[in-house]
Design a protein around this ligand. Structure first.
Ligand SMILES: [Zn+2]
Length: 168
């Protein structure tokens, strides 16, 4: 298990996102398929809430990954103003797999720091009023070294979460 915590950002240790090796392989092949464009995808799974005497922990378990073949060049432009499409697609995936949309993933040519567009999108979805998007995790992958980091919009602040990669 590897812990990615090196970005200097508000960190929430009580939110843990697990990605297994099978999903890592799918993400890597998605990056290959999308190249030279950046990759986009959805992670479906389950969220487990653990209550330790009022101290809440949230564990996100990823179960499947869906690579999105975007015709649009920009990595995040598929998201902008396209809530309906995302809702339809995630409804479809959930009905078929009985899972929740737990993360939206995209790659960057280098690094995993959220861009200003990413921050804008995270805030937008967090405040969209759609319950489905309130606790959505955003995962950014460096397309060169395949390092990943996870983020959430919490209490109106961009927050990094604990991401655990490997079999569990
Ligand atoms: Zn980005």
């Amino acid at each position: 298990m590897i812990l990615y915590t090196e970005l200097n950002m508000r960190f929430e240790k009580d939110i843990v996102f697990y990605i297994n090796d099978t999903i890592v392989e799918k993400i890597e092949s998605c990056i290959k398929i999308a190249s030279p464009k950046e990759a986009n995808g959805y992670i479906l799974g389950n969220i487990h809430e653990i209550n330790n005497d009022g101290d809440f922990n949230y564990n996100y378990f990823s179960i499947s990954f869906h690579c999105i073949e975007s015709s649009i060049g920009s990595p995040v432009s598929f998201l902008l103003g396209d809530d309906q499409k995302i809702l339809e697609l995630s409804e479809h995936l959930m009905k078929n797999e009985n899972l929740k949309l737990i993360a939206i993933l995209h790659s960057h040519p280098a690094g995993t720091t959220p861009s200003s567009t990413d921050k804008h999108n995270m805030k937008y979805y967090h405040n969209s009023g759609l319950k489905k998007f309130t606790h959505l995790i955003w995962i950014i992958v460096d397309s060169q070294n395949k390092k990943m980091n996870g983020f959430i919009y919490l209490n109106n602040k961009l927050t990094q979460i604990k991401l655990i990669v490997g079999d569990y």
